[in-house]
Write a protein that binds this ligand. Structure first.
Ligand code: ISE
Length: 338
């Protein structure tokens, strides 16, 4: 069966996913696109031979749209996801699931009422081969019980519109999701330290930040978020356990020796670093919705990520250790599959 997808949002990420669904993923077809900017929607729709639909509500209601992809501006996500769930259609939502934890909970409740999983959130790190290798090693107990995880998330630079809270909401949110999944544990507390500020950040931006998370089982995670590091896009993760450690592999790049030095290139942005992870993520989503429920990051994971990023922003602003006030996980989402 070909999954016919309707796409809400034709900006940078929406456009890239339309290309992916059209040229890379098998078993999918983009049939409709909508965007507040109709010209932009038209341009992107044309690349897939799809039609433009005036509004998101119209798009979700189209009888030939089997599944919905939400790639619009974050604050609009909740409305579109709730509408797709109400229509009984599987919906893939780019992060965040919603900018507000209460809205995430409304989505969780709507999905539970629908009685089956319809929502998947776009946390693509879980589809990266390096993180998957780490997960296998941890699950097999090869390094013993994990005790500490050291992480870094560096961007070469960020635009002027990037503010201090985005270090948690936009950037660290990837580690927050992938570490909950890797460790099969919940983050319960957070503190944020602010080292000397880089002079390459704009005046109002706290950069870098060091985020310290604690999990329910007592694992400590330190995460350096440095979004004006200048040299490239660099993701590091090292889990230390009772009898060993496991480190995320570097992306494969040739080592060049010339003029007396050895050098290996560093990716320059997240699209380059995680392009394969995005491809795998979409292929697995399409394969799953063609036959049943999507098994990837759930509405509950989207809720958890928003609650934890809210606590992280509070920790940054208050300078205090903040407890994460998460609700109990509903039985519907018990076990890995949900
Ligand atoms: C961006 O939204 C991402 O998702 C990138 O992975 C992250 O590195 C960047 O800091 C975010 O702004």
């Amino acid at each position: 069966m070909t999954v016919r997808v309707g796409v809400i949002g034709a900006g940078m990420i929406g456009r890239d996913h339309v290309r992916r669904l059209t040229d890379v993923v098998t078993g999918a077809e983009v049939v409709a696109v909508t965007d507040l900017d109709a010209a932009r929607a038209g341009e992107v729709a044309a690349t897939a031979g799809a039609r433009v639909v005036p509004t998101a509500a119209d798009l979700i209601g189209q009888s030939d749209v089997d599944a919905v992809l939400v790639a619009s501006w974050g604050p609009t996500h909740a409305e579109h996801v709730l509408a797709a769930v109400a229509a009984g259609k599987p919906v893939f939502c780019e992060k965040p699931l919603a900018t507000d934890a209460e809205d995430c909970l409304r989505i969780v409740e709507a999905e539970i009422a629908a009685g089956r999983r319809l929502v998947q959130v776009g946390f693509m790190r879980r589809y990266d081969s390096g993180y998957r290798e780490l997960k296998k090693i941890l699950d097999a107990g090869e390094i013993g019980a994990p005790l500490m995880v050291h992480c870094a998330h560096r961007n070469a630079s960020v635009p002027e519109s990037y503010h201090s809270g985005m270090a948690a909401q936009d950037t660290a949110v990837h580690e927050i999701d992938v570490l909950r999944w890797l460790l099969d544990d919940e983050i319960v507390g957070v503190q944020v330290l602010t080292p000397r500020r880089t002079r390459h950040a704009h005046a109002a931006l706290r950069d870098p930040q060091i985020m310290l998370f604690e999990t329910a089982s007592g694992i400590r995670i330190d995460l350096e978020v440095f979004v004006n590091c200048r040299y490239g896009y660099d993701i590091q993760c090292e889990a230390v356990g009772e009898k060993g450690l496991a480190r995320l592999p570097e992306p494969a790049r040739a080592a060049v020796r010339t003029a007396g030095v050895t050098r290996t290139g560093v990716p320059q942005d997240w699209r380059e670093r995680f392009v394969t992870a995005f491809d795998v993520e979409f292929q697995e989503w399409v394969d799953a919705v063609a036959v049943g429920e999507p098994p990837g990051p759930s509405a509950w994971d989207g809720y958890a990520a928003t609650v934890i990023t809210d606590a992280t922003v509070e920790a940054l602003e208050s300078g205090r250790i903040v407890s994460v006030g998460m609700k109990d996980r509903p039985a519907f989402y018990a076990g890995g599959a949900r």
